[in-house]
Design a protein around this ligand. Structure first.
Ligand SMILES: Cc1cc2nc3c(=O)[nH]c(=O)nc-3n(C[C@H](O)[C@H](O)[C@H](O)COP(=O)(O)OP(=O)(O)OC[C@H]3O[C@@H](n4cnc5c(N)ncnc54)[C@H](O)[C@@H]3O)c2cc1C
Length: 289
């Protein structure tokens, strides 16, 4: 086949039939918000598959144990879903802070993962929650991959994002810092999932973006909270751990000084948001001093 052909399957069986019938290179486009503005040229040949009309790829299911989200679900749908906001507020919040209304209406969760930008806003929440991806390989076979094991250049289609019940903790939050308030690519973003009871943290998972090529779990910051009482001393230890994470992730980088200060402010907002408190409460102001 010469030149680029385009296919727009209507359902998953048509999509699978295309996988079986195509021998040459295959590329996907969903919302096009990354692909169409990328500096690299669009594919010159092979088959470009438009995922945006596949009904079975855009859904959010939060009723049973695991949360399941179709790979072509838009960021706007994720931001607006009440069930998702109840079970994993951090993901709805991360989606609500992606781009503009127009971008959110086109952008998809599968595109956010596959584009794998260091500052992608959905990724820290997905990493902290231990997301798994239901994929279709180039040979048409389905496989399940951990989000950290997904390699964009292998050509796997992300059919579904699975958030296992075991990875979901009752409190969660997402905060980001960009060069301006709206329509801003993150300079730093961070997600927290936590258990919190009787003023004490239980299990805690934290991941941050824009500290390296991929989002990172922050084990020092997690350890500073796990099992600890919510108190200024705990929060001070947490802030020291966050700055140590920045020092370990980007030693000597031009942005290190800025990010080690920025992550402290973000960290306090993150904890306050997860616990439904104001970051202006004395507790947080004491910790920041
Ligand atoms: C003005 C502007 C502002 C933005 N602001 C933000 C922001 O604040 N936060 C943020 O995180 N991002 C932001 N983005 C980036 C972008 O909107 C997101 O990364 C979006 O989620 C990409 O999804 P998409 O469906 O548009 O991807 P596309 O552009 O369609 O595809 C991107 C890549 O992913 C691949 N792909 C798409 N879907 C799948 C799938 N299901 N399986 C496998 N591969 C797939 C494509 O082949 C392509 O390589 C912004 C972009 C623009 C233009």
């Amino acid at each position: 086949m010469e030149g680029l052909s385009v296919a727009a399957p209507a359902d998953m069986s048509q999509l699978r039939a295309l996988f079986a019938a195509t021998e040459g290179p295959m590329t996907f486009i969903a919302g096009g918000t990354d692909m169409l503005i990328a500096r690299r040229p669009p594919p010159a040949g092979g088959l470009l598959i438009d995922l945006s009309r596949i009904a079975g790829m855009a859904f959010i299911s939060t009723d049973s144990g695991d949360i399941r989200i179709g790979g072509a679900t838009t960021v706007a749908a994720i931001a607006a879903d009440h069930g998702l906001r109840a079970r994993l507020p951090a993901l709805a919040e991360a989606a609500a802070q992606c781009g503009s209304v127009q971008i959110r209406n086109r952008a998809t969760i599968g595109g956010n993962i596959a584009n794998a930008a260091p500052a992608a806003d959905l990724l820290p929440v997905l990493v902290a929650a231990g997301a798994r991806l239901e994929c279709i390989g180039r040979d048409g076979a389905s496989c399940e991959l951990a989000i950290c094991g997904y390699a964009p250049d292998r050509g796997h289609l992300i059919a579904e994002v699975i958030l296992p019940r075991s990875g979901l903790l009752p409190r969660s939050a997402f905060v980001k810092l960009g060069p301006r308030q709206d329509l801003s690519i993150s300079r730093l973003n961070i997600a927290l999932l936590a258990e919190f009871r009787d003023d004490h943290f239980g299990n805690v998972r934290i991941a941050a973006g824009a500290l390296g090529p991929r989002p990172l779990r922050l084990p020092l910051a997690e350890a500073a909270l796990v099992g600890k009482e919510l108190a200024p001393a705990t929060l001070r230890d947490f802030l020291s751990a966050l700055t140590a994470e920045v020092d370990a992730a980007i030693p000597g980088r031009g942005s290190q000084a800025y990010k080690r200060r920025a992550i402290a402010g973000l960290g306090l907002n993150l904890v306050a948001q997860a616990l439904g408190l104001s970051p202006r409460e004395h507790l947080f102001e004491d910790a920041a001093r």
